[in-house]
Design a protein around this ligand. Structure first.
Ligand SMILES: Nc1nc2c(c(=O)[nH]1)N[C@H]1C(S)=C(S)[C@@H](COP(=O)(O)O)O[C@H]1N2
Ligand SMILES: [Mo]
Length: 445
C-alpha cells in the first residue's frame, strides 16, 4: 500500500547487557536474601497469586517465545495507551449498582482498581470519580475559563488559566478519598471496599498565593469554593486551611487535570474528605461566617459534631495484595503490600499482622512518606499453608493510630457487631481471611 516501511515497536537487547536471571525461579535458586532477612532455600518454590481462578503463574518454565510485533499506529505514537493485555478497569460504586454510564441513576461514583497498582501514584485514567451529575460533566473551554476570588477581600480579582500559570507553581502528591469509601462485609475485593481513594501528583498555585494578591480582610473566617455546576460543587472551609496548603490545580500526574477530575481547574484540599476538593472551580468567596451549601447540608443532616469531624480524614491502611478474590497458589513466600494514608500528615509507620491480629510486625515503607499522600508498604511473608487472617494498621506523623472496627463502633455509639457497616468514612482495620486452600475473602464476614 505504502512505499514507506511501517513503524515497528520492538524490544532490543541492551547494548551492554548485565547479568540478569532468566526466570524468577532461577533467581530464587541462588538463595538470594530478601529485604527483611528472609532467605529462600535453594530450589524453593515461588508460588503465584491467581485472580478469580485465572492462572497468573510466572513463566517458570522459561519458554523463550518470539513475541509477535505490533505496529505503532499514529495514535500510539502521539498519545500512548496501555498494552491490550492490561485489563484493570474502574467499576461503579457501590459495587452492584448499574454499570452503564447511561443508567447510573443519580449518583455517578466509580471506584479505582487499587488492588492492581504498583507504587503510590494512581494513573489518571484509573483515578476514582465522584459526582452527582450522572455521567455528565461540564465541558469547559480553558481559553474562556476564569477564576474569581471575591468576598471579604481588599481587591476581588479574576484570572484566566494563562494568568494562573504565571504564578509560582507547586507539585505535590496528595490522596483524595470519598466519604463513600467505607468497607463492609458485602465487599468482595479491595476495589469494592477501598476503591474510592486515589493518589495523584497535583500541580497548580497555592490558594494562599492568590488570596494574598486579593488582600484578606480581618473579618474573613471561611471560604466557599464553587464549581461550574449546581450540585456538590460548593463547600465552606475554614480560612486557615486556605492559607495553609490548599492547591488550585491545573495539572494532574504531569498533564492537564482530566475532565472527570475537574478540567481545567479544581481545588485540592489535602487531607480533607474528597467532597471539599471542588472540581471545575470558577469562584472562591471569602466569607465572614459559615455558608450553608449543598455539600454542607449533606454533612449537617447528621449531628454538627459528626459533621465537623468529617473535615479531616483519619489514618487508614489496607493490604491490597494478597486481598479478597485472589487465591494463594500454595505455601511459601509472598510479599504482602498495601497503601496507607492520613489526613493528619505523613504516615509514620505501618504494621502488618499475619495471625489475625495476635502479633504485629513493622512494615517497610517503599518511599519517603509525603504529607496527605498514599504511601506503599510491604512485608515479606512465608505462608505456612494454614488458615489465617492478615491485616494492617498505621500511625501518622501527629501520632494518630488507625482504629479497630470496635473503636469506630464505639465512636458512633453503635453496639459492635462483626461485619456491621459503619456510617461515614470508616478508617478501621480491614482483615482478609485466608483459607487453607489459599482462597482470600473479606475478613469482616
Ligand atoms: N464540581 C464538583 N466538584 C466535586 C464533586 C462534584 O460532583 N462536582 N464531587 C466531590 C466529591 S464527593 C469527591 S469525593 C471528589 C472526587 O474527586 P475525583 O472525582 O477527582 O476523584 O470531588 C469533589 N468535588
Ligand atoms: Mo465524595
Amino acid at each position: 500500500m505504502t512505499s514507506k516501511p511501517p513503524v515497528r515497536i520492538g524490544i532490543r537487547a541492551p547494548t551492554n547487557p548485565i547479568e540478569i536471571p532468566k526466570t524468577r525461579r532461577e533467581f530464587f535458586k541462588t538463595g538470594a536474601t530478601l529485604a527483611g532477612g528472609l532467605t529462600l532455600a535453594s530450589g524453593a518454590v515461588l508460588p503465584a497469586l491467581a485472580e478469580g481462578g485465572h492462572d497468573h503463574t510466572m513463566a517458570a518454565g522459561g519458554h523463550e517465545n518470539e513475541s509477535p510485533m505490533i505496529l505503532g499506529s499514529a495514535e500510539l505514537v502521539q498519545y500512548g495507551s496501555r498494552s491490550p493485555f492490561e485489563k484493570s478497569v474502574r467499576i461503579p460504586h457501590p459495587a452492584g449498582s448499574t454499570a452503564s454510564p447511561d443508567t447510573f441513576g443519580k449518583m455517578f461514583h466509580i471506584a479505582s482498581p487499587i488492588g492492581e497498582f504498583h507504587g503510590t501514584i494512581t494513573p489518571s485514567s484509573l483515578h476514582y470519580v465522584a459526582t452527582t451529575r450522572q455521567s455528565y460533566m461540564p465541558e469547559i473551554d480553558p481559553a474562556k475559563h476564569t477564576l474569581t476570588i471575591h468576598g471579604v477581600v481588599d481587591r476581588p480579582l479574576t484570572w484566566t488559566l494563562a494568568d494562573l500559570k504565571r504564578f509560582p507553581s507547586v507539585s505535590r502528591l496528595h490522596f483524595l478519598e470519598c466519604s463513600g469509601n467505607r468497607h463492609g462485609p458485602q465487599n468482595k475485593n479491595v476495589q469494592e471496599s477501598h476503591g474510592m481513594t486515589s493518589c495523584a501528583e497535583w500541580t497548580g498555585v497555592l490558594l494562599s498565593t492568590l488570596i494574598k494578591e486579593c488582600g484578606l480582610k480581618t473579618s474573613a473566617k471561611w471560604f466557599v469554593a464553587e464549581g461550574a455546576e449546581e450540585v456538590k460543587g460548593a463547600s465552606s472551609m475554614p480560612i486557615a486551611k486556605a492559607m495553609d496548603d490548599v492547591l488550585v490545580a491545573y495539572g494532574m500526574n504531569g498533564e492537564a487535570v482530566r475532565p472527570q477530575n475537574g478540567y481545567p481547574l479544581r481545588i485540592v484540599v489535602p487531607g480533607f474528605e474528597g467532597i471539599f476538593s471542588t472540581k471545575y472551580l470558577r469562584r472562591i468567596k471569602i466569607v465572614d461566617r459559615y455558608y450553608m451549601n449543598y455539600n454542607d447540608y449533606g454533612h449537617l443532616t447528621e449531628t454538627p459534631t459528626d459533621a465537623a469531624l468529617r473535615y479531616q480524614i483519619g489514618p487508614k491502611s489496607i493490604i491490597t495484595r494478597p486481598s479478597g478474590s485472589q487465591t494463594l497458589a500454595g505455601p511459601g513466600f509472598y510479599e504482602i503490600t498495601g497503601l496507607a494514608w492520613s489526613g493528619g500528615g505523613a504516615i509514620k509507620s505501618v504494621e502488618v499482622s499475619t495471625d489475625g491480629g495476635a502479633s504485629w510486625k513493622r512494615a517497610e515503607l517503599k518511599s519517603a512518606p509525603q504529607r496527605m499522600a498514599h504511601v506503599r508498604f510491604s512485608c515479606p511473608w512465608n505462608w505456612d499453608g494454614k488458615a489465617t487472617s492478615i491485616m494492617s494498621r498505621c500511625t501518622d506523623e501527629v501520632g494518630q493510630k488507625q482504629p479497630t472496627l470496635e473503636q469506630v463502633a464505639k465512636y458512633w455509639n453503635k453496639p459492635y457487631v462483626k461485619g456491621y457497616t459503619m456510617p461515614g468514612l470508616n478508617n478501621s482495620v480491614m482483615p482478609w481471611t485466608i483459607a487453607q486452600d489459599g482462597r482470600i475473602t473479606n475478613g469482616l464476614l
